[in-house]
Design a protein around this ligand. Sequence first.
Ligand code: AMP
Length: 382
Amino acid sequence: MSSLASLDVAGKRVFLRCDLNVPLKNGVITDDGRIRASLPTIQNLLERGASLVIGAHLGRPKGEAKPELSLLPVARKLSELLGEPVDFQTQGSAKILLLENLRFNNAETSKDDSERKVFAKELATYADLYVGDGFGAVHRKHASVYDLPALLPSAPGFLIQAEVEVLKKLTQSPVRPYGVVLGGAKVSDKIGVISNLLSKVDVMAIGGGMVFTFLAASGKEIGSSLVEKDLIPTVKELIETARSKGVTLVLPTDIVVAPEFEIDATPTLVSVNAIPQDEMGLDIGPESAAAFSTEIKKCKTVFWNGPMGVFEFPNFAHGTKVIAQALTEVQGISVVGGGDSAAAVRALGFKDSDFGYISTGGGASLEYLEGKVLPGLQALGL
Ligand code: AMP
């Protein structure tokens, strides 16, 4: 497998797979982090005389051309950031063509290998070479991520290389103590990574909506908080594993509750032992945030994925802010894992440069830490 530097790209047409899956609100990009993260590879290829066909996805259109998931606003933003014209959907005179959302075609995400291969063959006719730089999609066995690189001379881009380098630091002899902080909505998304990391980390702190399944498994009353009841036995085993392996499992001791899931819901601070039956936990409390923060700052390697509460509602963003702040103070490597976590810390007023590294791929980095083979990395020989 070639490296980007060794690919002879001058005068060639390169199919570049990027992750441009940015958050949009009423057609306006609310966080352009993923577009910015794609720029170094794009600029390098242009400087070396290549022309580009960029393939990317937005959201989950499930094979349908949904106008609200069109990449047109991304084409405009990309052009603005590069200071270069970008053609969209059909080739014009620009050196860069951004294709429409690849997931508008069912074959991109198809589980049927032959269907995907037919689509990959069509994409291969657009270019001479392939560069894979869409880290946020490398855990997907999709046509443009997995099948296409097998059909053209290929190399990983700078973003994928940087992401893999950081993840290697977390998996191959991390400097200790090593701590992870996990939050977000669902435990089911994170069971794999929790169970794999329990044999690797020294500290694991858990917050967010997923913590209530942990609290329920510890026998606490959780009111109307988010819970995945079917996972309580699994979570009990994880708690036991943490104990037997000597991992410090940090759970909240106080919770900010509200009667409903609303931006203007009235917040009340309660002990974790006194969550009212008719209220739901929407953030970890200040005592918990301070305890999490103390543990984080003792670590030399920290990975964080998922908000500690409903940070989109200002009254329930405190826990996430405190954790983000603690990460900026780590004396060692601090990694914010995931496009959504990254967008969250930027929305809370932190700068990218405040952190050691901000990964663009939440699902991808979690699966990497879970020890899984990622199809898009495998296809690039990484
Ligand atoms: P994820 O995509 O799994 O990382 O989850 C992110 C989402 O989890 C955010 O949109 C948060 O609003 C949500 N979240 C965090 N804490 C809670 C909570 N206590 N109850 C409900 N949702 C939560």
